[in-house]
Design a protein around this ligand. Sequence first.
Ligand code: PLP
Length: 434
Amino acid sequence: MNDESDLTGTTPRRRPKPDVLEIGGRKLKPSTLMMGHGFDPALSEGSLKPPIFLTSTFVFETAAAGKRFFEGITGKRPGGAEGLVYSRFNGPNQEILEDRLGVWEEAEDALSFSSGMSAIATLLLTFVQPGDVIVHSGPLYAATETLIARILGRFGVHYLDFAAGASREEIDDVLARAKALGRVSLIYLESPANPTNQLVDVEAVAASRDAAFGADERPPIAIDNTFLGPLWQHPLKHGADLAVYSLTKYAGGHSDLVAGAVIGSKALINPIRMMRNTIGTILDPHSAWMLLRSLETLELRMSRAGENAAKVCAFLRDHPKVESVGYLGFLKEGRQADIFKRHCLGAGSTFSLYLKGGEREAFAFLDALKIAKLAVSLGGTETLASAPAAMTHLSVPDERKAALGISDNLVRISIGVEDADDLVADFGQALAAI
Ligand code: PLP
């Protein structure tokens, strides 16, 4: 939460107590900081938890303070507003959330958004101009592909993509072709890719970008870290400049809200904040408050879901009705395993299950599930299963589906925090029902 210190020298205001970030040289872990970081109860009547600030605007102590805050809002003074102004720009719940989101990946700054897509749209609008080229890994979440290709395409923005698992040489080649096409203003990645689970070599992308562009023309690298972040992958440490989130998934974690975030350096977050201020894509205070609650159990939830997924996948892999299981924890050798070892701290809990057969078998399996729910989305406390070819990726042309491995026998599963043996029993009986 911003420090609303006295700006006129006449009416000193109470400052939030400084956060305790270390004890005796021991740096406190994110799971500890999620309980109190960025919030001083003394500023809210001693309330242990932050109240939800349902207000559209904030009262200035003096006109001079209001002017100074607006200098931050309008960008006349870098670093954002020094105080609370108007709820399209900032608010206490959002600022506490942003402080805590940054902690997991040691990001300098963070912004919250009304959805993952509004985070992505605001990021793209910030950096991309007509005639520019976006280089991206493929596949991307379907709405992100639509936004880049069809919507920004209407404004004269071009794009070139490379396959998620591309080698350094292949990335070099795409960047060289992109440079010939126009100004490359953004490199946009998604890893693991939805729905193939293919990992992008972020280190190779950063090395390729640094070799291809001089310091003054270097496009930022943004990465959608929804599937493994913030626990299992920290791409800012591997050369990405910005990490993007659908907080709707693991961060929210209870399938009861829609939200997004972008985290990264202050220098890159500042212009994105300006764009958010203008177009009004900030998260609402109530969802921000719910996310604060979610973050308190983030490590517990994700750890349990990850352990459950390992057990369920070990069961599924050996089942006679299963063709294969696309689970990051099974990567043993080859380029994908190498990227996994260098970039990932865990295998996640979302994976692909290829059944023997086709749509009939996939549907029979899904219809027979008793614990797992038949729904799209992922990262919630409950286990979800869906058929991408018939649902989320129904509109993808057949050739592209085939190239991406989105076949009729593919079931996408996101494992929750239920009892692992109960889940194994459920998947066992559903496979028997095929
Ligand atoms: N990125 C990824 C990888 C996703 O899976 C999703 C949603 O499924 C999004 C972004 C969009 O997020 P939201 O639905 O919160 O707008």
